[in-house]
Design a binder for this molecule. Structure first.
Ligand SMILES: Nc1ncnc2c1ncn2[C@@H]1O[C@H](COP(=O)(O)OP(=O)(O)OP(=O)(O)O)[C@@H](O)[C@H]1O
Ligand SMILES: [Mg+2]
Length: 152
């Protein structure tokens, strides 16, 4: 029986990626399966930075840079995904926050870590209808040697 030993789920906070986390967690319900979540920070990513935090920073005169806020939003995406993964049975979970071009980073990290399955959404935050695949899922599937599962 083919068993995946190291599953990676790239997440962007979208509903599609949430479903990818759930499906991958189900596949990772084994002690010896590593489960890695990855979020790649991008300059163009649309991040939902909590309003309360902005106001808090203003009131307290704390200098929070745009970079801090973007990082915080990225960490939030990862921690939500990690909770979801555990709820759905993933055991050995880890999370990575990276920055750069999402598709290239996802493919490079998968390769470096001996990932044997990538589970990702077909579309992501930019889902405005039309195309079946987003640019990230499309490029990753083309760039990697390992198995890829794209979920609707
Ligand atoms: N910045 C990111 N970091 C990690 N994973 C990502 C990132 N962006 C997308 N993904 C993964 O790729 C999947 C497909 O997203 P993709 O960005 O390709 O679609 P889209 O947002 O609809 O299209 P586009 O970004 O081309 O407008 C997501 O469900 C998620 O699993
Ligand atoms: Mg996208």
């Amino acid at each position: 029986m083919l068993v995946f030993k190291h599953i990676m789920v790239p997440v962007d906070g979208s509903e599609h990626a949430n479903r990818a986390v759930e499906i991958a967690s189900d596949l990772a319900k084994k002690d010896n399966t590593q489960f890695m979540l990855l979020h790649v920070l991008t300059r163009t990513g649309s991040y939902d930075v909590p309003k309360e935090l902005r106001s808090y920073a203003e009131i307290e005169h704390i200098r929070i840079t745009e970079k801090d806020l973007v990082e915080l939003a990225g960490k939030e995406i990862l921690s939500n995904a990690a909770n979801r993964a555990r709820e759905h049975g993933a055991i050995d979970t880890s999370s990575r926050l990276e920055s750069g071009d999402p598709a290239s980073r996802i493919a490079a990290i998968a390769r470096e870590n001996g990932v044997d399955l990538i589970v990702m959404g077909r579309r992501g935050l930019g889902d405005l209808g039309g195309l079946l695949f987003g640019s990230v899922s499309h490029k990753v599937a083309q760039a990697v040697e390992c198995c890829c599962l794209t979920v609707k």
